[in-house]
Design a protein around this ligand. Structure first.
Ligand SMILES: Nc1ncnc2c1ncn2[C@@H]1O[C@H](COP(=O)(O)OP(=O)(O)OP(=O)(O)O)[C@@H](O)[C@H]1O
Ligand SMILES: C[C@H](N)[C@H](N)CCCCCC(=O)O
Ligand SMILES: [Mg+2]
Length: 240
C-alpha cells in the first residue's frame, strides 16, 4: 500500500541497517512488509546480500533481490563488467508496485547514494522513486563531512521533485565528538525538520530482539518508532 525508498549520502552509511529497523517495526505492528533490493553489487552468487542482513535483523522474510552483480561497483558499472543486462527502472517499478498491492509497506533499498547509475543511460534510484511516486528516506553519516553530502543529496531530491521522508543517522557513535554533536542541529536545519531517527553504532551486530528494541527507540513516530528529538538531545547532552 505504501512504498518507502531508502537512500543514503554514500555507500556504507547504514542503509541496510535502517531498512531492517523500519521493517522490524512494521512487522512488530503486524503489518505485511516486503523489502526489495533492486540491484545488489559486490557479492558472488552464493554470498549473502543486504536482504539477508534484513532477514537476520528484522525477521522479515519477504525480501526480493531483483538483480545481482559480483563486482563491488555501481550497478551500471558492475553490469557492464559482467556483460550482464542492467536493471530496468520500469521493470523494477512494476515489480515493486505489484508487491505494494499485496503488502502494507514495501521498503526499497538503493545501492550506494541517490545518483548511482543503474544503467548506461543514466537511470538512477531517483528515477525509480519518481516512477513510484514514493518518498525517500535519507540515511546520513554522523561525523564531519555529512553536512555537505546531506545537503547535496537533499538538493538533488528537491531538484527532481522527490519527496523527502526525513534524514536518519545510520550509525551514532557511543562517544560522539564535537562534530557529531554539532551536526544534529545542522542536519535538522538542512532537512527543515527534526531527525527521523538515529541508530547506535553496532546496531547491525545485535540479535533480533535487541535490534527491535534499538529500532523502536531509534526511529521516529513516522517510521513506527518512539524516537523523541527532545529526549535524544537530553541523552546526548545536546542543547535543545
Ligand atoms: N548502526 C550500525 N550498526 C552496526 N553496523 C553498522 C551500522 N551502520 C552501518 N554499519 C556497518 O557499516 C557497514 C555499512 O553499512 P550498510 O551495509 O548498512 O551500508 P549501506 O548504506 O547499506 O551500503 P550499500 O550501499 O552497500 O548498500 C556494514 O558493514 C554495517 O555492518
Ligand atoms: C559495492 C557497494 N557496497 C554498493 N553496493 C555499491 C556502491 C556504488 C557506489 C558508486 C559510487 O558512488 O562511486
Ligand atoms: Mg546496504
Amino acid at each position: 500500500m505504501s512504498i518507502l525508498v531508502v537512500t543514503g549520502t554514500d555507500t556504507g552509511v547504514g542503509k541496510t541497517v535502517v531498512t531492517a529497523a523500519v521493517a522490524s517495526l512494521a512487522r512488530e505492528r503486524g503489518s505485511s512488509v516486503a523489502v526489495v533490493k533492486p540491484a545488489q553489487t559486490g557479492v558472488s552468487d552464493t554470498d549473502p546480500g543486504d536482504v539477508d542482513d534484513v532477514i537476520r535483523l528484522s525477521g522479515v522474510r519477504t525480501t526480493f533481490e531483483l538483480a545481482r552483480y559480483p563486482a563491488a561497483l555501481s550497478p551500471a558499472a558492475a553490469a557492464r563488467l559482467a556483460g550482464l543486462p542492467p536493471i530496468s527502472v520500469a521493470g523494477a517499478a512494476a515489480r515493486i508496485e505489484e508487491l505494494a498491492s499485496s503488502h502494507r509497506l514495501v521498503i526499497v533499498e538503493g545501492a550506494g547514494g541517490l545518483l548511482v547509475r543503474f544503467d548506461e543511460e543514466g537511470a538512477t534510484l531517483a528515477d525509480l522513486a519518481r516512477t513510484l511516486s514514493a518518498p525517500l528516506l535519507l540515511v546520513a553519516r554522523a561525523g564531519l563531512g555529512t553536512l555537505n553530502h546531506t545537503a547535496l543529496t537533499l538538493e538533488a531530491m528537491a531538484h527532481r521533485g522527490l519527496e523527502p521522508a526525513g534524514v536518519v543517522i545510520g550509525s551514532w557513535p557511543a562517544e560522539p565528538g564535537l562534530a557529531e554533536r554539532s551536526n544534529v542541529a545542522d542536519l535538522e536545519m538542512l532537512a527543515a525538520r527534526p531527525l527521523a531517527g538515529a541508530l547506535p553504532a553496532g546496531a547491525g551486530l545485535l540479535e533480533r530482539d535487541a535490534f527491535t528494541r534499538v529500532a523502536r527507540a531509534g526511529l521516529g513516530p513516522a517510521l513506527g518508532g518512539g524516537f523523541d528529538p527532545a529526549s535524544f538531545r537530553a541523552t546526548l547532552r545536546l542543547s535543545p
